[in-house]
Design a protein around this ligand. Sequence first.
Ligand SMILES: Nc1ncnc2c1ncn2[C@@H]1O[C@H](COP(=O)(O)OP(=O)(O)OP(=O)(O)O)[C@@H](O)[C@H]1O
Ligand SMILES: [Mg+2]
Length: 391
Amino acid sequence: MQHFNIIQALCRSALANPTDAIVHQIKRLKEALEKDGQTKEVNSLNGILNSSQANLEMAPSKIQKSFVLSAGETLTRKTVLPVDKETSTALVEVFFDDDLPAEPPIFSHEIQIAIEAIINEWVKFEQLIQLQAIPASSCLIYGSPGTGKTHLAKWIAKQIGLPVVLARLEGLMSSFLGTTSRNIGNLFAFANRYNCVLLLDEFDAIAKLRNDPQEVGEVKRVVNTLLQSLDSRHERGFTIGVTNHETLLDPAIWRRFDIQMQVPKPSTDVLLHLITKLAAPLNFSETELKFLAWSLEDSSGADAKMLVQWLKRVQVINPDSELVPVMRQFVLLNAGRISGERRDAMVRGDETLIQALLADKTFGFKQKDIAPLLNMAPSSISKLLSRTKEN
Ligand SMILES: Nc1ncnc2c1ncn2[C@@H]1O[C@H](COP(=O)(O)OP(=O)(O)OP(=O)(O)O)[C@@H](O)[C@H]1O
Ligand SMILES: [Mg+2]
């Protein structure tokens, strides 16, 4: 048959990435040739189809073998880290088990379950591959500042028992864009060589460049290098990207991540849990805890941590101080951490604070709860409120 060698080549190329439709069409061609009695060509197509099937069956074990969990080298504290050739700034920082957080970040129950699912999948990566269930190997974590994203990324790495290779943006981003591309290449080459989780923290700094109105061709090349590097990493190891500016990320970057996880600001319940946990060994009454969580409305986990550290310092320096005046000081010195409404309610005096607490629907403060907080008798609160009403 004329030009059958080209048809053979076409079939082989198509079967390099076989889909049901491709296999179906090749089988149709084979049946048509069979009807015409072209036995030699039919045998050839059978051979091509069979070897493609054999390759498919081999694929899982191939991936497993090449996968970083079993194939990469082991990172140690002595491993030489890659540097920017011009400035000698390190491109990465490595965190080993001892350097990673001992406690999980605190989130809502639903988020905890989702995180467990990622960890389980990554812990059982090789078993999943054996079952041909290709697990996710990359995860994008995004959300507002201070919500625990970096903490979470490091916690996930700790749970799967791999060190973290953290990309250092100040090292990567050279003033020479050509060097930036080379640094990105070297970063991924390093991460692909070792068993590790590659953490691209705040990596919108690179990824967003492509949308910059000032963009130049060279900047596009930097982003393209990043895209290619993310592709090259896919079957080589776990990658976690973290960003506060998800809207600035190029859609092409989004697509590279198998899992995309939004970390929200803490809800009331999460805040209560977080404050209690962070405050240990300090103990607060239930109303005090509610008051602290009320003060932190719309704040982040990092804000809660700052507040608790402030309370601990006060406890050491001035152990007899009352919570409300201490909170007023905190509010004045941390204006950006507390919502304007809460700030106003706290600094405008006791009446305003009492009214704001009683008007709150979430915590259900009662006069009798608020009284000890302000070091007042419940009757004094009633009197104060009725006097305010009369005025
Ligand atoms: N949900 C949380 N549970 C426990 N700790 C938290 C939580 N959120 C924030 N923190 C603590 O607050 C600090 C800041 O958190 P982290 O750096 O992980 O936030 P981030 O989301 O990465 O912030 P940024 O966007 O500014 O980089 C850390 O010490 C972290 O442990
Ligand atoms: Mg962070």
